[in-house]
Ligand binder design. Structure first.
Ligand code: E4P
Length: 216
């Protein structure tokens, strides 16, 4: 399973790139707004840091607006993937962008049926939002499991990005389910690296080494 970082924060992206564990970036309007910077400039800067798919989301609500924004965003860098919300207008936009050879990421997906529509429209990626569904007391993992099963059964080519990941357990769970990608906040990447037994082992190695040095 590949990992993307889910952020528009340049410092977090730099840190994740240095770790060598991410192969793409996802952003959304809320993540961009958090940075308080010009959208296109942030996306441009990310494209210089990461050699992999970079999702940038449209904010228009009609197909025409979405396609117009998408064409502008796609000019920024060949790695740009246009994130389109899964609405009827969004499906029309995905269909048109696919015919133009522009990659898309169907976003805010909360059901198997939405994912099936996105795959049939030709979306390059589909993004089921696990955490937000769980926030509502629903079974987010079950939705992801259904999507994985159906995509494998019908050999859909859209890649599944497990999104709205909130903790390391989500990452391990979606990996076991067989998604192609998990997009994770930097904080979760850090949490994934940690285990109390690792810390304990490193401390003990150092302690024993220092004991040896005293004797020599
Ligand atoms: C990724 O594509 C989404 O924008 C992101 O995972 C949403 O996460 P959130 O539900 O934590 O905002």
């Amino acid at each position: 399973m590949r990992l993307f970082i889910d952020t528009a924060n340049i410092e977090e992206i730099k840190k994740a790139v240095e770790l060598g564990v991410i192969s793409g970036v996802t952003t959304n309007p809320s993540l961009i707004a958090k940075e308080g910077r010009v959208f296109q400039e942030v996306i441009q800067e990310i494209s210089r840091l990461v050699d992999g798919p970079i999702s940038a989301e449209v904010i228009g609500l009609t197909k025409e607006e979405m396609v117009r924004e998408a064409k502008e965003l796609a000019k920024i860098h060949p790695n740009i993937v246009i994130k389109i919300p899964l609405t009827l207008e969004g499906l029309k936009a995905i269909t048109e962008l696919t015919s133009l050879g522009i990659k898309t990421n169907a976003t805010v997906i909360f059901s198997l049926n939405q994912a099936i529509l996105a795959a049939n429209a030709g979306a390059t990626f589909v993004s089921p939002f696990l955490g937000r569904l769980e926030d509502m007391g629903e079974n987010g993992l079950e939705m992801v499991a259904q999507i994985v099963e159906v995509f494998q059964k019908y050999k859909y080519t859209s890649q599944i990005i497990a999104a709205s990941i909130r903790n390391p357990k989500h990452v391990a769970d979606v990996a076991q389910l067989g998604v192609d990608i998990a997009t994770v906040p930097y904080k979760v990447i850090e949490q994934m690296s940690k285990h109390y037994m690792t810390d304990r082992a490193v401390e003990k190695f150092l302690e024993d080494w220092q004991e040896l040095e005293k004797k020599l």
